[in-house]
Design a protein around this ligand. Structure first.
Ligand code: ATP
Ligand code: MG
Length: 492
């Protein structure tokens, strides 16, 4: 953990040069002068400006009443409505596409059992001390006489230049006061490609268990930001090595390690998983597809068997894994709606495309995959390709060419049979009208038979052929066709 990572940002203090002349900062500085209240831009905005990273919100701290100050600045700028959050002592308004927020500088003191501090008014220095990291504690002065100057009591500029995440105070204090900051350290390290200072990192290891007082929502918010980063594996390795991961995703820890028996090993599924995650991240920003990558092999430890003479198997890990998804999502308070169902579906199907190439690729198997994947097909194919992590170049080449073959077949069959957004060519209403029967079991049975016949390729996906099959199936069930329904009515 001690070696430093190369990061892509270059710090340039000259990027603050023009700040004093920009309308927003001029307005804040004017109000600060008129009322004699020290005011500062602070936090993420200052950090991002120094490294030329886009940032859509600006936080200001004033040594005084932040709400009244916000209202005065908004008036001066002719900005829209000011939203006041009395409980937090903050006020914000939108201006030129940015969220501008004001708060009074504060001191905080914490009790051990809560991350809700007792808050009192304080100075800018107090306010900077309670920030999580030196790079997040940087401020730009808007006080008369020093407008535009950097206020940097903790060496944040240097840390920003060197790409180091470090706490302003003793890390044990910072992390135990608010354990969420440990996850934020990993999050910033992942997003920015920075290194967590070794002293800070050992403090995280010591305090990892304190995560228990953090709500699942706050944990998943940071976790999702890690997952959404360009190279999420950085974050997962840090989460693993810090001991944080086991507190909210212990299933992933079980993926670690490779067992060997009779000289046969299997791959380490933790490192395989985060490699797949990085591969997916290179192709798609879809957060739920990235979650599917994280969970695609999650049931491998629970399905692992050694079969003598054959080697390691993980039979059924895709179904068992899909069944594990709701429990994990519920525990992390992630959405349980169609987003979760997408993750489940992708986990369940992740072996299907490649499995297709093992045997003769029949059109019917392709049709079934198209039907089962539906709207998730593109995501599934991205996952499937990302899952090819073999270090053996020959194997990798073979897998990739199999993958291309399946892609071609999928396109061919879909063009011919239009299965992906399958609408039954004969509906329940059709069947009720044709046989003059009320809603009942035979209707479902006939529909299923028609769908299966289409997927198997026994009939084409069209109304005329489906109608014939409906008549046959009805006859088998002793249903009598109403006159005039020998051919399908044109109006549907
Ligand atoms: P981003 O907006 O990209 O997530 P950010 O640094 O702006 O990054 P925010 O969560 O918006 O992060 O917080 C704004 C600022 O508030 C931070 O830069 C930091 O100074 C401070 N801050 C936020 N959360 C905490 C915390 N849990 N403990 C201490 N300071 C915090
Ligand atoms: Mg922010």
């Amino acid at each position: 953990m001690s070696e430093q990572r190369a990061h892509p940002y270059r710090v340039d203090p000259d990027r603050l040069a023009g700040a004093a002349d920009e309308p927003l900062f001029r307005a804040v500085a004017e109000e600060a002068r008129v009322h004699g209240i020290p005011a500062f831009a602070i936090g993420g905005y200052v950090r991002d400006r120094l490294i030329d990273r886009p940032c859509k919100d600006i936080d200001f701290v004033v040594e005084g009443d932040g709400i009244a100050f916000a209202q005065a600045v908004a008036r001066r700028l002719n900005a829209g409505q000011v939203h006041v959050f009395k409980n937090f002592g903050t006020a914000m308004f939108r201006w030129q596409d940015m969220d501008i927020e004001f708060v009074g500088a504060r001191r905080e003191s914490y009790r051990r059992d809560s991350r809700k501090p007792q808050v009192e008014p304080g100075t800018i220095r107090d306010d900077q001390e309670r920030r999580d990291f030196t790079i997040n504690a940087l401020a730009i002065s808007l006080e008369p006489g020093s407008v535009g100057a950097l206020v940097d009591p903790f060496g944040g500029l240097l840390d920003l230049g060197q790409g180091i995440i470090r706490t302003p105070l003793d890390p044990d204090t910072t992390f135990s006061d608010d354990p969420l900051r440990m996850l934020r350290a990993v999050r910033f390290a992942t997003q920015l490609g920075f290194t967590i200072d070794p002293i800070c990192f050992s403090s995280i290891k010591r305090n990892a268990a304190r995560l228990e007082i953090i709500s699942a929502e706050r944990i998943h918010t940071e976790l999702n930001k890690i997952i959404a980063a360009p190279k999420p594996s950085i974050g997962f390795i840090l989460l693993l090595e810090s001991g944080l991961l086991e507190h909210f995703l212990p299933e992933m820890i079980e993926l670690l390690g490779a067992e060997e028996k009779d000289g046969i090993g299997h791959k380490d599924n933790f490192y395989h998983t985060i490699q797949v995650l990085d591969n997916v991240a290179g192709q798609s920003d879809d957060l739920w597809l990235r979650w599917a990558a994280i969970l695609h092999d999650i049931a491998k430890p629970r399905t692992k068997r050694f079969e003598a003479g054959h080697g390691w198997t993980f039979h059924g890990h895709e179904d068992k894994g899909a069944r594990m998804v709701p429990g994990i999502f519920r525990r992390l308070k992630l959405p349980l709606d169609n987003k979760m169902r997408k993750v489940q579906n992708l986990v369940a199907l992740h072996l299907r495309p490649i499995a297709l190439t093992k045997e003769e690729v029949s059109d019917s198997a392709i049709r079934r995959l198209l039907f089962d994947a539906g709207d998730d097909l593109e995501a599934l194919m991205v996952l499937c390709k990302a899952d090819i992590t073999s270090k053996n170049e020959k194997k990798k080449k073979r897998y990739l060419s199999n993958y291309e073959l399946v892609m071609r077949k999928l396109a061919e069959v879909e063009e011919k049979d239009r299965i992906r957004n399958f609408q039954p060519p004969v509906t329940g209403e059709d069947i009720m009208a044709a046989f003059g029967i009320p809603p009942s079991r035979p209707i479902g049975d006939i529909k299923t038979t028609i769908k299966e016949a289409i997927l198997d390729g026994r009939i084409r996906n069209d109304r005329a052929q489906a109608w014939e099959l409906m008549k046959e199936e009805g006859a088998k069930l002793g249903l009598e066709l109403k006159p005039g329904f020998e051919v399908p009515p044109p109006d549907r």
